[in-house]
Write a protein that binds this ligand. Structure first.
Ligand code: ZN
Length: 177
């Protein structure tokens, strides 16, 4: 299993470094992205992960296809929901726009097991980045996607959701038999 570093780790508290353009498609970066995707696959509640969470001080985050499936399940009738989604990679992301309108959202983090709390997040957000193929991307989202953008951008600045959350409570995972 890919190790996900927990909240005491200094790498989660520093400002992550830009990936040099020449290295975006290097095997080093490909390997790191591969580890991030694997970590997301292994955590059944994981919807996104930032590079510092796998111990890498770099400005990269990945949104799991699971996040798109959750949104799909909420918006489309199950019978129509046959779309295949893929993990989405954001390298050197910039938060371009956030809506003035905010909402309280329930939040947790793979690096803050197992605390959950409420965080005020902008309802909509737009991010520009480079994907794993070196292409410029511009992605806007609302609800869960906007929340993920803000949570992951915070990770790249060394901020954890618990710095902003209220009504924190510990909810341990149900034991599997
Ligand atoms: Zn997190």
């Amino acid at each position: 299993m890919v190790k996900i570093v927990q909240k005491e780790a200094p790498v989660l508290r520093g400002k992550a470094q830009e990936v040099p353009v020449a290295e975006i498609q290097s095997s080093k970066i490909k390997k790191i992205i591969g580890r991030m995707k694997k970590a997301l696959e292994e955590q059944e509640d994981g919807v996104a992960i930032a590079a510092p969470q796998v111990g890498e001080n770099l400005r990269i985050f990945v949104i799991s296809k699971r996040a798109f499936e959750i949104i799909d399940a909420e918006t489309a009738p199950p019978a129509k929901s046959e779309k295949k989604y893929q993990d989405m990679v954001f390298i050197n992301p910039k938060l371009l726009k956030t809506s003035k309108e905010k909402m309280e959202m329930e939040e947790g983090c793979l690096s803050v097991r197992y605390l959950y709390g409420k965080v005020k997040r902008a309802k909509k957000a737009t991010v520009s980045a480079v994907d794993e193929n070196g292409e410029r991307i511009l992605v806007g989202g609302s609800g869960l996607i906007a929340q993920i953008f803000q949570h992951e951008m915070d990770h790249l600045e060394g901020v954890l959701f618990t710095d902003k959350a209220h009504d924190l409570e510990e909810i341990l995972p149900a034991k599997k038999i």
